[in-house]
Design a protein around this ligand. Structure first.
Ligand code: NAI
Length: 481
């Protein structure tokens, strides 16, 4: 704690560099900055205590300062052990007017290269606002903060934390259990009180949204949720065009291997998979896709991509990227069959797409660190595979994630969703909602001028003919874009 601000970041002296990068990012985030201006006076988030668990990047720094500008009291952590940009974390703590010696910004608990113990310690810090208070709003990415609250409440009701099992895949869960056991020992009603105070969560990504819908279906969701991911201006932009930019960035910074001419295998052809395929095709790779869903498989085929089974290309591929949000996609036995120095990376939210635990257990295997977040795994037969970011999101671990402009779309949705849930308490049930279409269209509209886009305006006659209002919304909720 310095100057009354709690934090745990790598190095506050990086703040100046972070601030310069934020300045450039602000210019590239027209929607988010317009939202900041629109609501600065009204202060709709006054009284909100926002706990944010979302990659602590430069773009997120601009989001944090937007929430603060709208009146919120904020604490922040990253939702991934490798995704923090240390200079952004430092800049947020120091604040626009502070110095590293006298920070005046926002509490952040995040650094690049956390251990899993660090990660869950940081996540626990989210819930410790000043004066013994917890948050009353959550911004989540992947659902870890929401999960901690729900498990905390569950175990407090049971009066005990279950004993960890011996299942190796549950290593991280054991740390969650230990975190909650400590909390329970100190204060057996802590998470129950925290959950009761939370007015809502706004969730950023596909995997987190899946967790929320499951809680809602089970009837165990403890507060209302807005699914930000499924705003059209989020998933059809960030997941696709964001990854189109940051996947190739991560590959280049991690390996600098020539992508042109290589055989690239993309597992999953959803929104992220579509962006990944374009990213590598744009570099001249020969791209093939694996899918389980006939619709997405047909889409890939119509784009001229071969849709294959992994086992048929595993020995031929040069670059393997998982984008499924599912588990057990590339197993140790697959990597055992790969070409020498094949590159394996994941951009799905969790690290269980690639069987890292199985890889570490291959008899005689050796792990060589080429540089942080780039490892050569040498099999006893002499061939190696290069694994990026230890199987975690490589576009954030090996690069800096999506660029500002696309994140402006995502974070304008986030900000609107926070305002919506915080200012309309009582209007939302313990269910999962998406933002209304007119707000989705507004997010897009806020980004048009910067790109020199000139919209055609409907005439009243045309609007009536297609059954919409002149000012929109222009599509039904069923429209798929
Ligand atoms: P999505 O649901 O649109 O796409 C996933 C696709 O994987 C689906 O088409 C599904 O049929 C397919 N799939 C599932 N199991 C499979 C299997 N065993 N083999 C082959 N294909 C399989 O989801 P979306 O939005 O594309 O997100 C994917 C993941 O990426 C999620 O975990 C999401 O949270 C994450 N994400 C990561 C970002 C990043 O910056 N790295 C940005 C946005 C999302």
């Amino acid at each position: 704690k310095v100057n009354g601000i709690e934090f745990a970041v790598a190095d506050l002296s990086l703040a100046e560099s972070g601030r310069h990068q934020m300045r450039l990012a602000e210019q590239e985030m027209p929607g988010l900055m317009a939202t900041r201006r629109e609501f600065a006076e009204a202060q709709p988030l006054k009284g909100a205590r926002v706990a944010g668990s979302l990659h602590m990047t430069v773009q997120t720094a601009v989001l944090i300062e937007t929430l603060v500008a709208l009146g919120a009291d904020v604490r922040w952590v990253s939702c991934n052990v490798f995704s923090t940009q240390d200079e952004a974390a430092a800049a947020v703590v120091v604040g626009p007017d502070g110095t590293p010696e006298e920070p005046t910004g926002t509490p952040v608990f995040a650094w690049k290269g956390e251990t899993l113990e660090d990660y869950w310690w940081c996540t626990d810090q989210l819930f410790q606002f000043a004066d013994g208070l917890g948050p009353n709003m959550v911004v989540d990415d992947g659902g870890d903060a929401t999960m901690l609250v729900h498990k905390g409440v569950e175990f407090e009701a049971a009066g005990a934390v279950p004993a960890p099992t011996d299942d190796d895949d549950a290593d991280e869960y054991k740390i969650v259990l230990a975190t909650l056991a400590r909390s329970l020992a100190e204060d057996a009603g802590r998470f129950t009180r925290i959950a009761a105070a939370i007015k809502g969560v706004t969730e950023e990504t596909t995997n987190g949204v899946k967790r929320l819908y499951k809680l809602a279906a089970d009837g165990t969701l403890l507060f209302p949720a807005i699914n930000v991911n499924d705003s059209v201006t989020k998933s059809k932009f960030d997941n696709k065009y964001g990854i189109r930019h940051s996947l190739v960035d991560g590959l280049n910074r991690g390996t600098d291997v020539m992508i042109a001419g290589k055989l690239a295998v993309i597992c999953g052809y959803g929104d992220v998979g579509k962006g990944a395929a374009e990213s590598l095709r744009g570099q001249g790779a020969r791209v093939v896709v694996t899918e389980i869903d006939p619709i997405c498989a047909l889409q890939a085929s119509m784009e001229g991509l071969d849709v294959v089974a992994l086992e048929d290309v595993v020995a031929k591929g040069d670059i393997f990227i998982t984008t499924t949000g599912n588990l057990d996609i590339i197993m140790a036995a697959d990597m055992a069959r790969m070409k020498h120095n094949a590159i394996v990376g994941n951009v799905g939210h969790f690290d269980n797409e690639i069987d890292m635990a199985g890889l570490a257990k291959v008899p005689g295997i050796k792990k060589v660190e080429i540089k942080p977040q780039v490892h050569e795994w040498r099999f006893p037969d002499g061939h190696s595979v290069i694994v990026l970011s230890e199987g975690r999101l490589m576009n954030l671990g090996n690069a800096t994630g999506h660029p500002s402009f696309v994140m402006s779309n995502s974070f304008t949705n986030q900000t609107m969703a926070q305002i919506e849930l915080f200012t309309k308490q009582g209007e939302y049930d313990r269910q999962v909602y998406v933002l209304p279409k007119h707000l989705d269209e507004k997010v897009a509209r806020l980004h048009l001028d910067a790109l020199g886009v000139k919209l055609t305006k409907l005439t009243p006659k045309q609007a009536e003919y297609i059954g919409v209002e002149v000012e929109g919304p222009f599509k039904t909720d069923q429209y798929r874009y």
